[in-house]
Design a binder for this molecule. Structure first.
Ligand SMILES: C[S@@+](CC[C@H](N)C(=O)[O-])C[C@H]1O[C@@H](n2cnc3c(N)ncnc32)[C@H](O)[C@@H]1O
Length: 226
């Protein structure tokens, strides 16, 4: 009996009951994930506990703005776990500009990007978007994805959106309450962060508490108004 494949969003699947993306670099694993072939298509299982985007999808993300052909600016790419799935989703007509400022993570990121021509690893600080402006060559992103675990997460997102996100474009932010204020009730931290994002030109579309996949994290999705 063949494995059941169900499409959840364009480029995002449930394969044999598990979240997965089509492997854009067949034969390559990024973080030890399982590869599953069905009808000559190779899928990569997407670990809900290792990727906040996967956790958000599992917890009911209502709209998925990242799809085939999207241009994504990804801030906080680390060693490429989630960015590689984003690369699978956007496919050959899309692009992922993956920004990371830790040298150690950057080494792994460079390796995982090698067989993925749609991913551009960029060594840069998300607080200083002018550092990577030249790489975008005037292009605007359809989606800004940010997972940087910094106290000024909202300010970083707004600053990047002002420079690189299309009007009507989408932003996805993993809000880590413990990085903003460890002493405060996470609910208050989330509310303050969302207020800053809305003051910065966004309409909030959805918020998802990522527990049990990630503790003290909220996944926020918004749309840029202007
Ligand atoms: C939680 S990890 C990201 C995990 C990754 N998004 C994933 O799901 O596979 C946060 C990353 O953000 C990076 N980071 C933090 N502040 C940054 C900044 N200002 N500019 C660029 N990267 C930053 C850290 O070095 C770390 O690799």
């Amino acid at each position: 009996m063949s494995t059941n494949v169900q499409q959840l969003f364009p480029g995002v699947y449930r394969v044999g009951g598990k979240l997965a993306t089509k492997n854009f670099a067949p034969g390559f694993r990024v973080y030890g994930e399982k590869l599953v072939s069905v009808d000559n298509v190779e899928y990569r299982q997407w670990d809900l506990f290792r990727s906040k985007l996967a956790g958000a999808i599992a917890k009911g993300l209502s709209h998925m703005p990242i799809g085939p052909g999207s241009l994504v600016l990804y801030l906080g790419a680390s060693t490429g776990t989630t960015p590689s799935h984003v690369s699978d989703i956007v496919g050959e007509d899309g692009a992922v500009f993956a920004i990371e400022f830790a040298q150690r993570s950057m080494r792994d990121l460079l390796n995982i990007c090698q067989p993925r021509p749609n991913m551009l690893p960029i060594f840069g600080d998300a607080r200083m978007p002018v550092q990577y402006e030249e790489h975008l060559q005037g292009q605007k992103a359809d989606v800004l994805y940010q997972d940087v675990a910094q106290p000024d997460q909202a300010e970083i997102l707004v600053r990047n959106a002002d420079m690189f996100l299309k009007k009507g474009g989408y932003a996805m932010l993993c809000i880590k309450s413990q990085s903003i204020d460890v002493t405060q009730d996470p609910k208050k931290t989330y509310a303050q962060t969302i207020a800053k994002l809305e003051a910065g030109g966004f309409e909030t579309l959805q918020t998802i508490i990522l527990d049990p996949y990630d503790k003290d994290h909220m996944f926020w999705m918004g749309k840029k108004k202007n």
